[in-house]
Design a protein around this ligand. Sequence first.
Ligand code: UDP
Length: 238
Amino acid sequence: MQKLEMIYEGKAKRVFATDDPELLIVDYKDDATAFNGIKKGTIAGKGVINNQMSNRLMQRLERAGVPTHFVEELSERETLVKRVQIVPLEVIVRNIAAGSFAKRYGVEEGIVFDEPTIEFSYKNDELGDPLINSTHAIALHLATVDELNTIRNYAFRVNEVLREFWASCGITLVDFKLEFGRLSDGTIILSDEISPDTCRLWDSVTQEKLDKDRFRRDLGGVEDAYAEVMRRLREHDV
Ligand code: UDP
């Protein structure tokens, strides 16, 4: 597999073409941003952790029946993935109130929901990723009715699988963001990454935050938190 030209550089990853038109190489950086790019920094070692963590979680999800873009881990920071056209929606599943949910509805962080919730944001940096409902997403041709049903079902399945796995690691899965893509034949698969950058993970006993909120909120110990989550994943992902 030959790594060819860079075709995209995002906030946390670079994406390269390969000699196979259906495959890309993702290269994870240590750069971190928050609040739509206003806050910038680096989290040493994050790229390695997010690459390895995302790959292990995606392989677990594949085994549970959720198709993903994962093909092969090539190095500490690089992974071969299936090329997709990204559905421009951030799919957010929540088990516990936190972040923008707590702020929007004026509730405390930490309220445990009876049932998980799902919401979509329109992936558009200029507009600041506004919340969008499914009828608006369909009206804007961001996804079809069938695609949204598939995405919703996969997102809740991901929640079941990951919630159980993280619980076995002594970690509470508070909420997370997923992105889906279409293969060239239109099949919907899970894409992007699953990591402490995209999930809220709280220690089950102490409630300590073990995710990107440590960076967003200047809580300190960011590197240690990411390393601790990875250590627990390695210990329990056998
Ligand atoms: N999230 C993300 N990327 C975004 C926005 C949110 O990965 O651009 C994740 C975030 O880490 C959290 C979940 O989605 O695990 C819900 O985030 P929320 O809507 O509460 O927004 P935030 O408080 O992070 O702005």
